[in-house]
Design a protein around this ligand. Sequence first.
Ligand SMILES: *[C@@H]1O[C@H](CO)[C@@H](O)[C@H](O)[C@H]1NC(C)=O
Ligand SMILES: *[C@@H]1O[C@H](CO)[C@@H](O)[C@H](O)[C@H]1NC(C)=O
Ligand SMILES: *[C@@H]1O[C@H](CO)[C@@H](O)[C@H](O)[C@H]1NC(C)=O
Ligand SMILES: *[C@@H]1O[C@H](CO)[C@@H](O)[C@H](O)[C@H]1NC(C)=O
Ligand SMILES: *[C@@H]1O[C@H](CO)[C@@H](O)[C@H](O)[C@H]1NC(C)=O
Ligand SMILES: *[C@@H]1O[C@H](CO)[C@@H](O)[C@H](O)[C@H]1NC(C)=O
Length: 642
Amino acid sequence: MFFPLVFLALGPIAFENGVAASSSIIHSDHVVHEIRALEPFDWSISHQPRAHKRLPLRIGLSQRNVENLESMLMAVSHPDSPNYGKHWTPQQVMDTFAPSEESAQNVIAWLKDAGFSPEKIRISANKGWIQVDTTVAEAEDLLKTEYHVYTHPCHNYSVPAAIQEHVELIRPTVHFTHRPSLKSEAKFKRAGILGKPSPGTGPITSSIDTLPVPPGLIECAQMMTPGCLRALYNVPQFNPLAMDKNSYGIVEFTPQAFLADDLDLFFSTFSPNVVGARPQIVLVDGAVVQNTSQGSDFNGESDLDLEYAMALTYPQNVTLLQTGDLVEGAGFDNWLDAVDGSFCTFDGGDDPFQDGIYPDTLPGGFDGPESCGIVAPPLVVSVSYGEQEWQITSSSATRQCNEYGKLGLMGTTILYSSGDNGVAGLGGQCLDSSARPVSSGGTRFNPQFPASCPFVTSVGATQMNPNSTIVDPEAACETHIFSGGGFSDIFSMPDYQKSAVSSYLTNDPPPYTSSQFNTSGSRAYPDLSANGANYVAGVNGQLMLEFGTSAATPVVGSFITMINDARLAAGKGPVGFINPAIYSDAFKDGFNDITEGSNPGCMLSLYLIDTVGFIATDGWDPVTGVGTPNVSKLISLFLALP
Ligand SMILES: *[C@@H]1O[C@H](CO)[C@@H](O)[C@H](O)[C@H]1NC(C)=O
Ligand SMILES: *[C@@H]1O[C@H](CO)[C@@H](O)[C@H](O)[C@H]1NC(C)=O
Ligand SMILES: *[C@@H]1O[C@H](CO)[C@@H](O)[C@H](O)[C@H]1NC(C)=O
Ligand SMILES: *[C@@H]1O[C@H](CO)[C@@H](O)[C@H](O)[C@H]1NC(C)=O
Ligand SMILES: *[C@@H]1O[C@H](CO)[C@@H](O)[C@H](O)[C@H]1NC(C)=O
Ligand SMILES: *[C@@H]1O[C@H](CO)[C@@H](O)[C@H](O)[C@H]1NC(C)=O
């Protein structure tokens, strides 16, 4: 499912003569434009590609006004803003961020000066990209770099200084293949004895606060169910009133897929009225909801996400954005293309080292056009997948992150799970002192993306303590998984969290220095959390227990969907980007602060974890964020906003 060939350039060749500078704005001083941040430890060189091999380059033009995106997003999302809730139309978003005519003209002039004839240069319909048909030799000369056929791409490339401000990124160059990975890998536990449903785990009304704990909720610390979640988080009876206006999307990446029988196994056990309900399926980029490969690796995530999202929000429709074909798969940009056509290009604007590129030329691949703006963005989107920041270049991450910001401007809430390895990455992997990933012995923390994007809401995980009841405080999840959290190495700290994060660093200074985490004031995550332990799920024909921020994320998405229903029914807009609200003082009562537990990571050697991570404490912390939701309270807080 990965590209067989990617490219490595050994970097700029000494640049002596420069391109012919016939235009005053284009001179020969190349400046390094993009550098791949980190060299994986296990790559080895192959050979140089033939100089005449075709290498179409796509040059992403700088979007206008992105430097104002944060303040534009705050204007519609901050509870104190007079424009709260006044979300933008897709057209407004497109008009505001489309690259300028000047950028396109400058880049075209540069290419023409470099000797490319006009018929080799094409500009995309949304004017976001310029494509130029080059050979390997021409691209090397143009970018002052060298491509090698290799198992990873080039390290850095350069563009003329005068052109730099107009160019966002050029592909293929320093990017390399990483498909989204499950947050919940290998976190399944067989639970064959779970066949018998406990009575009393059905819908609980908001009066739970004043009643003794119902008998069925005694087992919540061992088995999390929709009924337990309703009780834990003060969820009122949900009788949706605005189903036609409301929407809730769950993203899954093929070959991960749900099985209809699993949904019904789960619903018949915990939510009998939902039996037979199915998600509305949107197939993105030739996706199939496959059922030829089955097992927890193939069904665990999709089944879990849909079972909880549907049980909690029924009869609201849930939309499944099934993304990627069976051959090539897909990345985060692929689902973004499907909900915002202005993010696409006529010939695939996505990063071939991160995303599926369609039409897929591989045997059996989807040979149709990429799915571009095929569905309106759902008002809430939950994604239980992620990768490590080191796997993506900072400009690719920034471009993708800005797209989440634009969806926020349009009124969509984007939720990403914060990771299941505490301060470490997948498999407990941390970074060495030069910020390179090492399989063991790394002591620098390994931030997650897109969880670290300041324009998404990043969801961590909690647990009920052993033998506790639903009225006892929860702790950070330390059962099978640790709640992902920490500080970005790419994004700076957004204003909305500055006060909360500085309180944390002042009141409970972590025992680490800049050699463990970015202490320069960068985006901190997660933003909030919900239970992520002992979820009973119907998977591949049986009930199992699942753990992870993967579970917490669609649950939080369900709660936001309930809040949106209340607002839509009251004639208001959806909540959109919730971070500025949830960090504000007015929303403190909307969350149960989690003050116990931590998020260790960094595998010193097999099974030996050598850092305790961060600790959960009063107020926001990089383990559980602002805490777990009190849904009734949040509904009234959000309903009070315009
Ligand atoms: C770009 O890459 C080359 C070769 O890998 C290296 O010598 C050079 O220092 C790099 N430039 C920067 C600014 O990292
Ligand atoms: C929910 O989905 C079903 C099946 O796709 C569709 O028939 C129905 O109209 C949808 N309901 C709403 C309120 O959108
Ligand atoms: C598998 O999918 C096919 C095609 O959608 C469907 O006809 C069949 O019933 C499914 N089988 C199972 C066991 O779910
Ligand atoms: C939980 O309760 C069981 C049975 O009462 C007891 O054996 C066990 O030690 C308790 N566990 C903890 C962590 O308190
Ligand atoms: C720390 O974060 C900032 C963004 O706030 C980034 O520019 C910088 O490169 C990061 N430092 C390290 C060592 O990763
Ligand atoms: C949730 O908020 C309500 C007020 O709406 C409050 O009465 C209740 O105690 C809170 N529940 C928890 C668990 O904090």
